[in-house]
Write a protein that binds this ligand. Structure first.
Ligand SMILES: Cc1cc2nc3c(=O)[nH]c(=O)nc-3n(C[C@H](O)[C@H](O)[C@H](O)COP(=O)(O)OP(=O)(O)OC[C@H]3O[C@@H](n4cnc5c(N)ncnc54)[C@H](O)[C@@H]3O)c2cc1C
Length: 416
């Protein structure tokens, strides 16, 4: 069923009785050409692009809970393509271009809002780093502007510009950055993949891998054994656990990241703003809540909940940046499990097991990557080779030393 304005009018006039479910609820079949483990944004996007770009429709997406119940439905919804290293920037710029056409491609309102992302800096060294990053973004067609303090004052009058400890000196702005409604992204990809014949199977946990003579032949699940010609892992924070089933050890640690939402207020912040002096980012939802987050909790965990020390840290950053926020009440918070690689960049690659592919290591920033991640992972699974857009995201970079260390200090999950 296509969503359109005439269809909306027709359904409104007949009591919305004509809508059918957005995707089917099929029972798993005994064998698929491709099985994707993980029904988050990345797994569903991979299924969509496998069907759309490569004509591979004999595909199942296996999700242990409900689709979007992992990080895809828990993030702070920021999208951007403002990276420094070419190996990252060309990939994230592809993602931004896919975001820009996503709603037409999926026939689904994902509420993509290019409201701009503003990265503040408080030091001269911060300005130099922003200029360097901005120049690279311009080279890759992503667009960037270096703002002086008066420009920032005009755009974000609510900030504390003369904070004695963190005086704002300017910002790097990407106008095309912004936010997208994370649940809608999941539902849009699910519906589009389902329409092309992909089976989306929820409440189906993968518990083991069937490997014969170095080649994957299927997966064991809570709903029985499912044979597969090729298997793709896209399980985010559970990457090490699932890879372990195939005897693969990865340079990944799982950590908790929390998000926080305030009570609703009138429109105040019409961009995404990041602190610069500390790790903190904030935007305002369409309902009026301020949505914000900061650092990892700082200990290894597979639990989707965090502790109070990070709340204190994030609240301090928030009040330093926006003093008026001290009078806001916090409505709710939640946690997600991050798959932190040791250089802070993701992995989209084959594995040493024939037919088994890996998509993981997204750290704290994989939501913005969802379209390009699915697009590149689909290409890698379909052709058996990485696309040039994900050619720097190989697993063996940790062996050869060709790491993609965006901030020059690694992901440092143990230092947070
Ligand atoms: C608080 C928070 C804020 C964030 N903010 C941002 C942001 O602003 N911008 C940004 O770009 N990124 C952000 N991220 C990161 C981003 O959400 C993730 O990197 C991205 O969502 C990971 O990919 P995914 O959507 O496929 O993961 P998920 O949605 O976690 O999907 C993986 C799925 O695999 C399933 N699974 C796991 N094990 C199994 C198994 N054995 N069998 C079957 N299924 C299994 C899980 O249930 C899960 O649904 C944030 C994350 C969090 C937690």
């Amino acid at each position: 069923m296509t969503y359109s304005f005439p269809r909306l009018v027709r359904e409104a006039l007949r009591g919305n009785q004509g809508w059918s479910p957005a995707w089917r609820d099929p029972a798993p079949r005994a064998h698929y050409d491709v099985v994707i483990i993980g029904g988050g944004g990345h797994g569903l996007a991979t299924a969509h692009y496998l069907a759309k770009e490569h004509g591979i429709t004999d595909v199942a997406v296996l999700e242990k809970g409900w689709i979007g119940g992992g990080n895809a439905g828990r993030n702070t919804t920021i999208i951007r393509s403002n990276y420094l290293l070419p190996g990252n920037e060309r990939f994230y710029e592809k993602s931004m271009q896919l975001w820009e056409g996503l709603e037409q491609d999926l026939n689904y309102n994902a509420m993509v809002s290019q409201r701009s992302v503003i990265n503040l800096f408080q030091t001269d060294a911060g300005r130099d780093a922003a200029a360097r990053r901005g120049n690279n973004m311009i080279l890759f067609g992503a667009g960037a502007e270096l703002l002086d303090v008066d420009d920032v004052r005009r755009l974000c009058p609510f900030l504390d510009f003369d904070n004695a400890r963190f005086p704002i000196k300017g910002a790097l702005r990407q106008r095309r950055g912004g936010t997208a409604r994370h649940d809608a992204v999941v539902w849009g990809y699910a519906r589009a993949a389902d329409r092309r014949g992909v089976d989306i199977i929820q409440n189906c946990e993968v518990t083991g891998m069937r490997i014969e003579r170095g080649r994957i032949t299927g997966v064991e699940t809570t709903r029985g054994v499912i044979g597969a010609g090729r298997v793709g892992m896209a399980v985010a924070g559970n990457t090490t656990r699932v890879a372990d089933m195939a005897g693969i050890r990865l340079p990944i640690e799982s950590h908790v990241l929390q998000a926080f939402v305030s009570e609703s207020i009138k429109p105040l912040i019409d961009q995404v703003v990041t602190f610069g002096a500390g790790h903190f980012y904030i935007s305002q939802s369409d309902k009026g809540s301020l949505v914000f987050g900061g650092d990892l909790d700082g200990y290894n965990s597979y639990a989707q909940r965090g502790g109070l020390p990070i709340l204190e840290d994030v609240a301090e950053c928030c009040v330093s940046m926006i003093p008026g926020s001290s009078r806001l009440r916090l409505l709710r918070s939640w946690g997600g499990v991050m798959d932190m690689t040791m250089d802070g960049s993701p992995i989209i690659d084959r594995t040493p097991i024939e037919g088994l592919f890996l998509n993981g290591g997204w750290c704290i920033g994989g939501f913005k990557a969802t379209p390009a991640s699915g697009w590149c992972f689909a290409h890698t699974i379909a052709t058996g080779q990485p696309h040039h857009l994900n050619s720097a995201m190989r697993l063996d970079r940790f062996l050869t030393g060709h790491v993609l260390d965006e901030i020059g200090t690694g992901a440092t999950p143990n230092r947070h």
